[in-house]
Design a protein around this ligand. Structure first.
Ligand SMILES: C[S@@+](CC[C@H](N)C(=O)[O-])C[C@H]1O[C@@H](n2cnc3c(N)ncnc32)[C@H](O)[C@@H]1O
Length: 231
């Protein structure tokens, strides 16, 4: 580790003020990255509340792309504060969600109290490596700003195929390698994913069609990848 650190230092040819400034902000970058992947404690709860507004546009566009029909069963992976769960239900879908963070399960449950009570909205804490649902339980799976954090993307995608019904669809939305943000975050937490890599993973997992959608209302640096299972 010290040898690696020294080697990285000697390769860093940026002017010294830039190096000092990135060294000074590194702990903050690490903290924010870890909170994005696994929101916890007071900081996680605060960041979760900020996401409600920060990610609203991308999530609303994702809903338009999916255009869920009333009565469809939809699973959201990594729902964060749970705003989109409520929006899906408003469109007539039956909704379930999984998220790795207990703090987000609490926040989203509080935000969707009525849905939990009246429609039996089920929110489960899990890392997505295994999805706690029967085969063919859902028509749609949605996951926004998540793929970077999945410990085993291929396994999670195979799980998504398993829990989808024939002709089911999945939409993954993420800031691809083209976007500047993931580069500024901690690489130990944020996996840089390209759109092509996501398409390849989905194809290998068993999606029969996989394509990039380019909604006009969102920067092209955000990737929307839509896949469907065989009918
Ligand atoms: C950047 S937030 C995005 C939240 C929400 N989808 C949105 O667009 O506002 C990432 C969320 O993914 C969750 N997450 C991270 N890794 C996960 C995993 N392996 N399985 C399920 N959820 C995960 C985090 O707990 C967090 O709530």
């Amino acid at each position: 580790m010290p040898i690696l650190a020294r080697r990285q230092c000697s390769l860093d040819r940026r002017p010294w003020p830039q190096r000092v400034s990135s060294a000074a902000t590194r702990p903050l970058t690490r903290y924010l990255s870890s909170q994005a992947a696994y929101p916890h404690g007071f900081g996680g709860s605060l960041i979760g509340r900020l996401w409600v507004k920060e990610t609203a546009n991308v999530n609303d566009v994702a809903l338009d792309v999916l255009a869920p029909a009333g009565g469809e069963d939809i699973l959201e992976i990594g729902f964060g504060p749970g705003r989109t769960l409520g929006k899906l239900a408003e469109r007539g879908a039956r909704v379930a969600g999984v998220d790795v963070s207990g703090e987000m399960v609490r926040l989203a449950t509080r935000r969707n109290q009525e849905l939990v009570r009246s429609a039996g909205l089920g929110l489960t804490q899990t890392d997505g490596i295994g999805l706690p649902f029967e085969d063919g339980s859902f028509d749609v799976v949605l996951s926004v700003h998540n793929l970077y954090f999945w410990p085993e993307p291929a396994t999670t995608l195979a799980e998504i195929v398993r829990v989808l019904r024939p002709g089911g669809r999945a939409l993954l939305v993420f800031r691809g390698r083209e976007h500047p943000l993931p580069k500024r975050l901690d690489p130990a937490v944020y996996r840089e994913v390209t759109t092509a890599q996501c398409v390849d993973w989905m194809t290998r997992a068993g999606f029969v069609t996989t394509s990039r959608v380019r909604p006009p209302a969102v920067s092209t640096e955000v990737s929307f990848v839509l896949g469907s299972t065989s009918a």
